[in-house]
Write a protein that binds this ligand. Sequence first.
Ligand code: FAD
Length: 391
Amino acid sequence: MQKLNKEACTGCGACYNICPMEAISIKEDKYGFYKPVIDEQKCTNCGLCEKTCPLDNYDSKNNPPKAYALINKDENTRLKSASGGAFSAFAKYILEQNGVVYGVIWDKNIVAVHSRATTLQEVEKMYTSKYVQSNTLDTFKQAKKDLEDGKQVLFSGTPCQIAGLKSYLRKTYDNLITVDLICHGTPSPLAFEKYKQEFLKENNEDKIVNLNFRSKKRGWGSFYTLIINTDKKEYCIDGSKSPYLKAFGNLSLNKSCTNCQFNKIPRIADITIGDFWGVDDYDKTLNDKKGLSIILVNNEKGQRFLKLADNNIKIKEVPFDVVTPKNPNIYTSSKAHKNRTEFLEELCVQNKSLKYCVKKYLKTPVHIILYRLLPNCAKDFIKYKILKMEK
Ligand SMILES: Cc1cc2nc3c(=O)[nH]c(=O)nc-3n(C[C@H](O)[C@H](O)[C@H](O)COP(=O)(O)OP(=O)(O)OC[C@H]3O[C@@H](n4cnc5c(N)ncnc54)[C@H](O)[C@@H]3O)c2cc1C
C-alpha cells in the first residue's frame, strides 16, 4: 500500500477499480489531483492494489513505432477534433462493429471524466482535448465486462491511464485496441475549476455549457478556447491570454507528469495519437490548416487496426525522426516549472486567484521584455548572431 502514497501516483484509478473490498476511493489531493485514498476499516491488506499499480511494474513490449500523418476523410468531424480527427475515425470503425468506445467527455459540470459510448452521439462528446486530468471512474471495470462479453473495445486516454487499464486487466484481449495520447501532462482539476469560476465572475455569467480548448475557428494550432454559456453566447479566448493555458506549460501539471514512466519509446498503447507539430518543416503540402494528426503505430495489432479503419482516413507514412523534434512528449516527460509547488500552494491551499498566481509565477524575464521592445532589424541581427554561435 506504500506505493499508493507515492508522489509518482498518476491517479489512473487501477487500484480503485481492482479493490475487491471497495476500500479505495479516488479523491482530490490538496492541489486538486485525483489520488487513491484507502479506508483502513475496509482494507484486508490483500495487496492486490499494489500488484495492480502500473508504476515500476510495467514495461512495454511494443516495437519502435511507425509514424503516419493522418486526416479524417470527413471534414466536418475533423474540424470538431483537436488535430486531424484520428480518434473519431478509429471510434467510428469500432461503432460500425457494434463495439464500445471509451474516452473523455465533459460531464454536466464541465468536469473531465472517462465515459463509455456505443453511439455516435455519445462518441462526439469525446471529441477534442480536455486539458485537465480526467477521472477514469469505473471505466476499467466496465471495459473488462465488455471485453469478457466479446465486444470490440477501443479505450483511449493518457499513457498512464492506458498503463493502468492494462495492468488492471492482467491479460491481453484480441478484441481490445488501446489508443494513448502524446501527452504534455495533465493540469490540476482544481486549477481548472478556479479558471471556470473566475471566467463566470468576470463575464457576469451563470454557467458554462461547453468548452473547447482547441477551437479551429481561427485554424489548427491557434489554441483558441471557445466557451459557450447557457444562452449559447460564445467567448473566444486567445491561448496566449488565457491564464489557464499559460499555466498548462508547466506550472499546473501533476507531479507524476514531470517524471512520467509512460511517456517513452516503446509506447504503451497499440496506437498513439497527437498533433503533427512541425509538419511545415517536413512537407508543407500536408498542412491545409484544418488539422493534422500524427499517429504512431506501436505493434502488429495497431497495424492491423489501421488497415481495418482505412475507409475513414487518409494517411501517409513519414520518417519517425521528423515527428519528434517539435513533440518531445513522444519520448520524454515535461519538466516541472521551477515555481510549480509555490504556484499550486498559493492557488489551491491559500486560495488565491488563478490570474494573480499565473502573473506572479510566470513573470517574463527582463531580457525577453527588452528583446520584444527592439525593432525588427535588431531582432534579426540577434537571431543571426545566435545561429552563428550555434554553428
Ligand atoms: C492533457 C493533454 C495533453 C496533450 N499533450 C499533447 C502534446 O504534448 N503533443 C501532442 O501532439 N498532442 C497532445 N495532446 C493530444 C492532442 O491534443 C489531441 O488530443 C490528439 O492529437 C488527438 O486529436 P484527434 O484530432 O485525433 O482527436 P480528438 O477528437 O481531438 O481527441 C479526443 C481524444 O482525446 C482524449 N482525451 C481528451 N481529453 C483527455 C484527457 N483529459 N485525458 C485523457 N484523454 C483525453 C479523448 O478520450 C479522445 O480519445 C494532449 C492531449 C491532452 C488531453
